[in-house]
Design a binder for this molecule. Structure first.
Ligand code: PRP
Ligand code: URA
Length: 213
């Protein structure tokens, strides 16, 4: 069904699939879980940054001068959705150390499952940056839609969304609310349960990253 949306890219790399299986395991502890989230974020970002513009510069090798391409220097903003999105930041800034980091704080009401915003700070000029919004989980899609709405209201234009596991319901909601953004997903799982948790999923990503319960 996500194949209906041209802006949805589901990862098919075996390393990502393997690491997601390790994440799912209830016996994977906090330390290992954090490491895996970072690694998967890095692998997904590698794919999401495929279209970064390049420019030629002159480089002097030990042998001779040559013209060689470097990233053009488009301003990047990585924006984790708090809390769980924080777990993906280091994986992405390892690839692009000059990226600025903004934050959008949202939590899901446990009864209604609707997102509530409690914090937002974005690097300026946000309208001139490529913005990568990150959150390991896309469940109902409420948090992702609210975060992108908010960033657009502040002037954000070029936006990509990266998550590790998504439910079909969340993919549909985000892809339809924001058809202009690219959505990168590690795996689309079966469904949401009555508590709006992803099945089979990996449980509560924030709790598993931060060791809370
Ligand atoms: C989780 C997750 C997403 C959201 C996804 O955060 O990290 O932000 O739920 O659910 P949705 O697609 O139905 O909105 P949560 O609200 O549990 O907060 P936390 O990251 O602070 O644990
Ligand atoms: N948030 C999570 O952390 N896990 C889910 O399965 C759904 C929302």
């Amino acid at each position: 069904m996500y194949k209906d949306y041209v802006n949805v890219i589901v990862m098919d790399h075996p390393l990502i699939k393997h690491k997601i299986s390790l994440l799912r395991d209830k016996d994977t502890g906090t330390n290992e879980f954090r490491k895996l989230v970072e690694e998967i974020a890095m692998l997904e970002a590698f794919e999401a940054f495929r279209d970064l513009p390049l420019k030629d510069v002159e480089v002097e090798t030990p042998i001779e001068k040559c013209i060689s391409p470097v990233i053009e220097g488009k301003k990047l903003a990585v924006v984790p959705i708090l809390r769980a999105g924080l777990g993906m930041v280091n994986g992405i800034t390892a690839l692009v150390p000059t990226a600025k980091v903004g934050h959008v704080g949202l939590y899901r009401d446990p009864e209604t499952h609707e997102p509530h915003e409690y914090y937002c700070k974005l690097p300026e000029p946000i309208d001139q940056r490529l913005i990568v919004v990150i959150d390991p989980m896309l469940a109902t899609g409420g948090s992702a839609v609210a975060a992108v709405d908010y960033i657009k209201k502040r002037g954000g234009k070029a936006i990509k969304f990266l998550c590790i596991i998504a439910a079909p319901e969340g993919v549909k909601r985000l892809a339809e609310a924001h058809p202009d953004i690219e959505i990168y997903i590690g795996n689309v799982d079966r469904e949401l349960n009555e508590d709006a948790y992803i099945c089979p999923g990996l449980g509560d990503a924030g709790d598993r990253i931060f060791g809370t319960k």
